[in-house]
Ligand binder design. Structure first.
Ligand code: HEM
Length: 410
């Protein structure tokens, strides 16, 4: 993940108004009118900022994104274009790799990160969730982010990996700093510096933990990944480290935001909340609709053109960076009828909340289980939950979408 600095400039095919709006507080509160305008007027645009030298192409429409992810000549491997001293172990993880290495890494991960391992975690997820919910109930009010949405996924992913419980707070902070520091539109020097420090701390932490687990394996994901490494197909030391860091940060902030954004949206649409209370069988499609309507990942991680190609009337040159605006495509009227309507019964719902193509989210089953547990408990145990503010504060990040806090009364 590259680090961010501030500053965006208008490009020829983009009006300065839209550029200004992309970095505005109104955009954070409600990016969707801007996305709609981009879909209609500038579906492929060049965004120039200090973070990606030379800028990046943003692709807004659903069908264009699908074309890029499935057919266009693109690559992800940052080691092909970035100076070696700027690379981190995260650049060696599957999310920044291309075939055939990508398939190899993903296969090794799925040996360790099995459906059985996820399934076995279920009672633990329920227990953690109930503990948090009961504490909220006893108090009568809560910041649903700090008191529920944040701790649940970090405890789950830390337990899955085999990270000692007492370290989970520290992990949450590091993960947050890395994700916030890598925003290309609203990043700051300070955020970038913190992000680098957090990465260094995570590298030290996991290096030590991997050493311990190699000596004394346990029944956890890190030990399983080490075992996968020691079979005939191996993870290099950097890949193992990168995998741990990727699983931690990919599995944390995103799930926090699915639960937070999902709850906010349900509370903003009481008719849908009531429908869900009466017909809990809609929970599955409701969670998919949350992923579409307020996507935790609004823009993809970077890709690069391997050769030049044309899309939406624009010519992308070899080597240029590309970003796919999942959050916009999920409201593309050409693909979703009445896209600004939150409809928990929507079906089919081929949203891009988990991405598309070979990098489709590896943790989607786990994220869905966590959301299912969370909303089941919220509906059953907090029947009177309501918002304590009309204007919850969004984090100053544009590639992810998540709340700073969500005050509720229960
Ligand atoms: C609601 C929660 C989640 C959301 C919205 C989400 C979203 C995404 C998206 C959009 C991508 C593709 C990024 C791109 O193509 O640029 C992705 C990839 C990935 N996610 Fe998730 N994710 C979530 C939870 C998780 C969890 C819980 C884990 C693991 C514990 C995880 C692990 C991964 C990994 C390893 C990849 C890279 C896959 C690859 O490169 O083949 N994610 N995720």
């Amino acid at each position: 993940m590259r680090h961010a600095h501030h500053g965006i400039e208008a490009a020829d095919n983009m009006t300065p108004t839209i550029v200004a709006r992309l970095a505005s507080p109104e955009f954070l509160a409600d990016p969707y009118p801007v996305y709609r305008q981009l879909i209609e007027q500038t579906p492929v645009f060049w965004l120039s900022h200090a973070n990606a030298p030379g800028g990046m192409w943003c692709i807004v429409r659903y069908d264009d994104i699908a074309f890029v992810l499935r057919e266009a000549p693109i690559f992800k491997d940052t080691s092909r274009i970035a100076p070696p001293d700027t690379l981190t172990p995260l650049d060696r993880a599957m999310l920044q790799r291309d075939p055939p290495d990508h398939a190899r890494l993903r296969r090794l991960a799925s040996h360790a990160f099995t459906p059985r391992r996820v399934h076995n975690l279920m009672p633990r997820i329920e227990q953690i969730s109930l503990d948090l919910i009961e504490r909220i109930r006893a108090r009568g009010e809560a910041d649903f982010i700090a008191d529920y949405a944040r701790p649940l996924p970090i405890i789950v992913i830390a337990e899955l990996l085999g990270v000692p419980f007492e370290d989970h707070d520290q992990f949450s902070t590091w993960s947050d700093q890395i994700m916030t520091g890598s925003d290309s539109v609203l990043g700051s020097e300070e955020a970038a510096r913190q992000s680098q420090q957090a990465m260094a701390s995570l590298i030290d932490y996991f290096t030590a933990l991997i050493r311990k687990r190699r000596q004394y394996p346990r029944d956890d994901l890190i030990s399983a990944l080490i075992a996968a490494r020691d079979a005939s197909d191996r993870l290099s030391e950097d890949e193992l480290l990168g995998m741990c860091i990727l699983l931690l940060i990919a599995g944390h902030e995103t799930t926090v935001n699915l639960i937070g954004n999902g709850l906010l949206t349900l509370l903003r649409y009481p008719d849908q909340l009531n429908l869900l209370r009466q017909r809990p069988e809609y929970l599955t499609s409701a969670i998919e609709e949350m992923l579409r309507y307020e996507s935790p990942v609004q823009r993809s991680t970077p890709r690069f053109a391997a050769e030049s190609f044309v899309i939406g009337g624009e010519r992308i040159e070899a080597g240029q960076q590309i970003s796919l605006m999942f959050g916009a495509a999920n409201r593309d009227p050409a693909h979703f009828s009445d896209p600004d309507r939150f409809d928990i019964t929507r079906q089919p719902n081929p949203h891009l909340g988990f991405g598309m193509g070979i990098h489709y989210c590896l943790g989607a089953p786990l994220a869905r289980i966590e959301a299912r547990v969370a909303f089941t408990h919220i509906l059953e145990r907090l029947p009177a939950i309501r918002l304590a503010t009309d204007t919850p504060a969004w984090k100053p990040v544009t590639w992810l979408r998540g709340l700073k806090s969500l005050p509720v009364i229960v």
